[in-house]
Design a protein around this ligand. Structure first.
Ligand code: PGA
Length: 258
């Protein structure tokens, strides 16, 4: 049986204290679920990372950063180095979240440098991709996703594949004004993504988990997780209360026959 992935990006929410309380509560609520069956990860703000990392058992909850510079040090005011994230004891780095791409204008070339740097420093690299509403209108979603994958994973050494995760998050589905993708649409795009990953990495591509994100909520989590090409759920707002996220994880697991 495949492992199911559940994670949340806390964006620019929660103070250090709130983050630590949330993580302790989530670890305790989900502590009885076998980590052979699920991978649970949370991506808090930079300032919370050090305290959060010390406060939780990383076997229960993996911790990630929301972004990272591609250089170890230098004249990059406002950026965070992979060495600094290593110091905080992190497991993964998220790269190319829709808000980074669209609010902060990050490019595929930059995401590629970050992916390679994250992998070289031993982190799991979670690359986020997704088409805009306009791309979708023109039926160009699959091409856009392929472009983001091809550029994002350009010259990535196949020996790192075990540490690559992908999150498919259509831009039009994210946040308070987003509309969740239907399970059928999400499955169609996940199939495209998996096909492209196989073309990029013929030997190992099939093992890369692909998570769906974008307005995941208690009403759609079950129909999404049962899709054959969806390996997990990347949840925003619906995960930011530990008890609600715990309930969502359990109902999704049940729907998936666990
Ligand atoms: P949302 O956020 O679930 O609140 O739409 C998803 C995301 O940005 O990862």
């Amino acid at each position: 049986m495949k492992k199911l992935y559940f994670g949340s990006n806390l964006k620019m929410y929660k103070t250090i204290r709130e983050t630590t309380e949330y993580l302790i509560s989530l670890a305790s609520l989900t502590g009885d679920i076998s980590r052979e069956e699920i991978e649970l990860f949370i991506i808090p703000s930079y300032t919370s990372l050090e305290r959060a990392s010390a406060a939780i058992d990383h076997n229960l909850i993996k911790l990630g950063a929301q972004n990272m510079c591609w250089e170890e040090q230098g004249q990059f005011t406002g950026e965070i180095s992979p060495l600094m994230l290593q110091e905080a004891g992190l497991d993964l780095v998220m790269i190319g979240h829709s808000e980074r791409r669209h609010v902060f204008r990050e490019t595929d070339e930059e995401e590629n440098r970050k992916v390679k740097c994250a992998l070289e420093h031993g982190f799991t690299a979670l690359l986020c991709i997704g088409e805009t509403a306009e791309d979708k209108k023109y039926g160009a979603g699959p091409e856009v996703l392929r472009m983001q994958l091809k550029k994002g994973f350009y010259e990535v050494d196949p020996s790192h594949i075990g540490k690559i995760w992908v999150a498919y998050e259509p831009v039009w589905s994210i946040g308070v004004s987003g509309t969740p993708a239907s399970a059928d649409y999400a499955e169609k795009m996940h199939k495209e993504i998996k096909q492209c990953l196989l073309e990029l990495f013929p030997e190992q591509g099939a093992g890369i988990p692909v998570l769906y994100g974008g307005s995941v909520n208690p009403g759609n989590a079950e129909e999404l997780i049962v899709q054959p090409s969806i390996d997990g759920l990347f949840v925003g707002r619906a995960a930011w209360q530990a008890d609600k996220f715990n309930t969502l994880i359990r109902s999704a697991m049940k729907a998936a026959g666990r």
